[in-house]
Design a protein around this ligand. Structure first.
Ligand SMILES: Cc1cc2nc3c(=O)[nH]c(=O)nc-3n(C[C@H](O)[C@H](O)[C@H](O)COP(=O)(O)OP(=O)(O)OC[C@H]3O[C@@H](n4cnc5c(N)ncnc54)[C@H](O)[C@@H]3O)c2cc1C
Length: 468
């Protein structure tokens, strides 16, 4: 009898799940097992925080119940390392006579090495079926004419779109015939509690799907216009679900195409600008494969490794705690700490402030984001940090340093975002919230820790001196 093992990872859903769809096809006479393996020590080393682990834990509980009701038991096995995962899978396949192993591909260096080790370690009795699921187009499928990975977004996007026009990217529809329900198994929780208030999150596939529906129906066509205002829900806020795999990018595209009744390459600009972000998401995953040094804390542009960062401990502390005295920076950092999420425009502002005005190594910020973000994802996080620090692909030119005050005035004109996250500023007239030091400073809110103009000049000078 066939014994099929489905190995779940950051893909905690059943709809449009490539590995699940394949494993459950024509499975009437097959035994089905499902597993999720942790790597607690390795994950701690990568900086995964309690928010991400708690969120994953909730999704696993739900998945386990759903699977059990359909007759499949999910084992959640607590392990320390990826090596232990490899050992566990090879051992299980041998002792349980697994004939077929199914999983969706992951693209960070450690995960790819692990999967390779698993494939090499399994005997001929177990066939491995791995799938492209986390991204829309497989890394390696979108390359330059001379077979190199793209290191710049715009040509990548053009090639990505032309490749997609000849590809199948419709969501998978599982043909699973449910079995008699089984008891759900238990496990020691990945995290007892989150660091932030995560009550805003959807915890079920259905809820995440509904949020996708609401965004597409009500906000997609206004996206380009509303996306930069952090005071409103102008973006989809679906990143936690895409990162942990409660939603797939295929589902996002399919839902948008259904709404507009045309393929994405015929979308009007307003709506395409949302698709553009999903292409960035693919791009960053492709980069992880094309440039493995990105998974190893290395800069995309090697010459920037020569930068001597200041890394002042007191300034880092003020940044982390939302106490820099620059309201838009502090509001963003407080949003991060209190909710485990931050608006994209503000992520760019706080990242530029840390790496440029404070001249702090981007890896400090990357790791702090990793600790708090529920959507933490190596590709996007590393890409965002290196872009902001002018060390990455398409990096912001070093001489174009954001002015956080004018960013704040432009994108949060009424100071509503500032007032939401910094209660100390609520009593100020909205226009005064962006730079409270220009008026009588409000009680309890610190003065700016740095002079924006002088530190901007210092950053430009430091970058200019880097050997090319
Ligand atoms: C310094 C920094 C760190 C970041 N860290 C992460 C991270 O750890 N995880 C993460 O998912 N995103 C990260 N981003 C990208 C971006 O900020 C978030 O994806 C976005 O804010 C999520 O909000 P949304 O779901 O409303 O996005 P929308 O604007 O609705 O975009 C739709 C989806 O596209 C993807 N996306 C959007 N922008 C980007 C981008 N610039 N790069 C890659 N994918 C993108 C996300 O999956 C998002 O859910 C980071 C950006 C910066 C500047």
């Amino acid at each position: 009898m066939q014994h099929r093992l489905i190995w779940f990872r950051d893909d905690l859903r059943l709809s449009d799940h490539a590995a699940w769809a394949a494993a459950t096809q024509d499975a009437t006479n097959a035994k089905l097992s499902a597993v999720f393996l942790t790597a607690d020590a390795d994950w701690a080393e990568f900086g995964y925080g309690a928010n991400r682990l708690w969120f994953t834990e909730q999704l696993l509980r739900h998945l386990s119940q759903t699977l059990a009701a359909q007759g499949v038991q999910l084992q959640v096995i607590r392990l320390q390392t990826y090596q232990a995962q490899t050992d566990w899978i090879t051992q299980f396949c041998r002792t349980e006579a697994v004939t077929d192993l199914y999983f969706n591909q992951e693209y960070q260096v450690n995960e790819r090495r692990r999967d390779l080790a698993v494939m090499n370690g399994l005997g001929a009795d177990t066939q491995v079926h791995s799938f492209v699921d986390r991204v829309i187009l497989q890394p390696g499928e979108v390359k330059t004419g001379d077979d190199r990975f793209y290191g710049v977004f715009s040509p990548f996007k053009r090639r990505w779109l032309s490749t997609l026009q000849n590809a199948t990217y419709a969501p998978y529809r599982p043909q699973f015939t449910e079995r008699a329900p089984v008891a759900a198994l238990d496990w020691a929780p990945l995290a007892d509690r989150p660091d932030s208030d995560l009550s805003h999150l959807a915890l079920t596939e259905q809820d995440a799907q509904e949020r996708l529906d609401v965004f597409i129906d009500q906000r997609l066509l206004d996206y380009a216009h509303a996306r930069n205002n952090p005071a409103i829900a102008g973006t989809s806020r679906l990143s936690p679900y895409l990162a942990r795999g409660l939603l797939s990018p295929r589902q996002c595209i399919a839902r948008a195409e259904k709404k507009l009744d045309r393929p994405i390459w015929d979308f009007p600009d307003q709506a395409f600008s949302w698709i553009n972000e999903l292409i960035w998401r693919d791009f960053y995953h492709h980069l992880l494969v094309g440039f493995p040094r990105l998974s190893k804390n290395r800069a995309f542009q090697p010459h920037t490794e020569a930068m001597i960062w200041r890394n002042d401990p007191d300034e880092i502390k003020a940044w982390k705690n939302g106490q820099t005295g620059i309201p838009i920076v502090d509001a963003g950092m407080r949003e991060l700490i209190q909710s485990g999420w931050m608006h994209n425009r503000v992520r760019m502002i706080v990242a530029q402030f840390l790496t440029k005005n404070l001249l702090v190594d981007w890896r400090v910020g990357e790791r702090y984001f990793m600790r708090y973000l529920v959507d933490s994802d190596l590709g996007a996080n590393n890409g965002g940090w290196q872009w902001s620090a002018s060390t990455g692909t398409d990096a912001a030119p070093y001489f174009r340093v954001f002015n956080p005050v004018s960013q704040s005035e432009t994108h949060d004109a009424d100071g509503l975002y500032l007032a939401r996250w910094i209660p100390e500023l609520q009593a100020l007239p909205p226009k005064k919230r962006h730079a409270p030091w220009t008026t009588t400073p409000p009680a309890g809110y610190p003065p700016p820790i740095v002079d924006l103009k002088a530190t901007r000049a210092r950053a430009i000078a430091a970058f200019k001196e880097l050997p090319k």
